[in-house]
Design a protein around this ligand. Structure first.
Ligand SMILES: C[S@@+](CC[C@H](N)C(=O)[O-])C[C@H]1O[C@@H](n2cnc3c(N)ncnc32)[C@H](O)[C@@H]1O
Ligand SMILES: [Zn+2]
Length: 329
């Protein structure tokens, strides 16, 4: 971490400023050290360049989520900025690079840090990526060269961050938390009045087949499988998917037939086999996954007291949402 991160940090419990004690540095990078709260006497370590705020008593399901996603991002740790820029704009279609320039951003659940790089490229003043899992080590390696990007390991429900972000966004994360609405509100609570909150989540609409067919298998079996075994299972399923897309969906597309899930599957083909393999793996490995109806997502925006809200379809199976925090008074 760099010392400049301290202006965005505070004690997750009493909101006081934190004291920084650096033990090992490499130029401006603090590789190890301690952050402490002078008011309530808590301490958090900085390990391998990342401040770590995950408490020992993390709920069991969140710990399971952290373990499985940490493994997933260590396997699929590569970076392809062009592809991830395109994907980010598909997931947050109501946001443009102009909304990011010179802004201070919070990425809730940053995974391997691919969107931190994209947002830095759009000219963000500072981007703070938070993730509960060891994926932060991958994110740190992928962003260390970018002086305006910071990575923090923490639970979104208990963030050691100030409440003055211009924009908080979260892509593919909130549906993996035990109480999605509470998680959304926690993220939104770190945005200043007039700032923006945006997210992308799985939809319930058109995903009945996942809820009825895939979920029982994920919940009863695959989320407990060792990564090596699950990787093989996901590879086989991804291969079957690509064969079906090539043999059925592409010819059907050529004659104008609109098959179920067409938009999503044709998009998978564009993303390529490695990305499909990763997506299938994550669907099977996730300990928690909620599939959300449009009205539920709209309720989050309303309960978080956001104005100018919009919820829109992405690939006809997921929702992108955006809103602005009302000005005080
Ligand atoms: C599907 S990944 C998406 C990562 C990233 N947003 C992206 O699109 O590349 C979900 C991420 O959310 C993180 N996550 C899940 N629950 C979390 C929580 N309670 N607090 C912080 N991060 C969480 C996981 O560790 C994982 O890296
Ligand atoms: Zn404190």
């Amino acid at each position: 971490m760099r010392e400049t991160l301290c202006t965005h940090l505070c004690c997750p419990d009493c909101r006081s400023d934190l004291d920084l004690d650096s033990h090992e540095q490499d130029d401006a990078e603090i590789l190890s050290g301690t952050l402490s709260c002078p008011a309530c006497d808590q301490r958090w370590p900085i390990v391998r360049g990342v401040p770590r705020f995950v408490p020992d008593d993390l709920p069991r399901d969140v710990r399971h989520t952290a373990r499985n996603f940490g493994t997933s991002w260590r396997i699929w740790n590569d970076i392809d900025d062009d592809r991830y820029r395109r994907q980010l704009l598909e997931w947050l279609p109501l946001l443009s690079p102009d909304d990011v320039r010179n802004r201070t951003l919070l990425d809730g659940g940053c995974g391997k840090g691919r969107h931190l790089r994209v947002m830095a490229g759009f000219g963000a003043r500072a981007v703070i990526g938070v993730d509960v899992s060891d994926a932060v080590d991958v994110a740190y390696a992928n962003t260390r060269a970018l002086p305006n990007v910071h990575v923090v390991q923490a639970d979104l429900q208990h963030l050691p961050l100030r409440d003055d972000f211009d924009l908080a966004y979260s892509i593919g994360v909130i549906h993996h938390t035990p109480e999605p609405q509470r998680c959304f509100e926690a993220i939104a609570g770190h945005v200043r009045p007039g700032g923006t909150v945006a997210c992308w989540v799985y939809g319930r609409e058109n995903n009945g087949w996942i809820v009825w067919l895939v979920n029982p298998i994920r919940i009863g079996l695959t989320r407990y499988l060792p990564a090596r075994a699950l990787r093989v299972v996901a590879w086989v399923l991804a291969a079957v998917l690509h064969v079906v897309i090539a043999a059925v969906y592409r010819p059907a597309e050529a004659v104008g037939a609109r098959l179920f899930y067409r938009e999503y599957l044709l998009n998978l083909r564009r993303l390529g086999f490695a990305e499909t393999h990763h997506i299938v793996y994550d669907h099977l490995a996730a300990p928690t996954a909620h599939y959300l109806r449009r009205e539920e997502v709209q309720t989050w925006l309303d309960h978080a007291a956001l104005s100018d809200t919009c919820v829109t379809w992405v690939h006809r199976n997921s929702w992108a949402a955006i809103g602005e925090r009302r000005m005080a008074g």
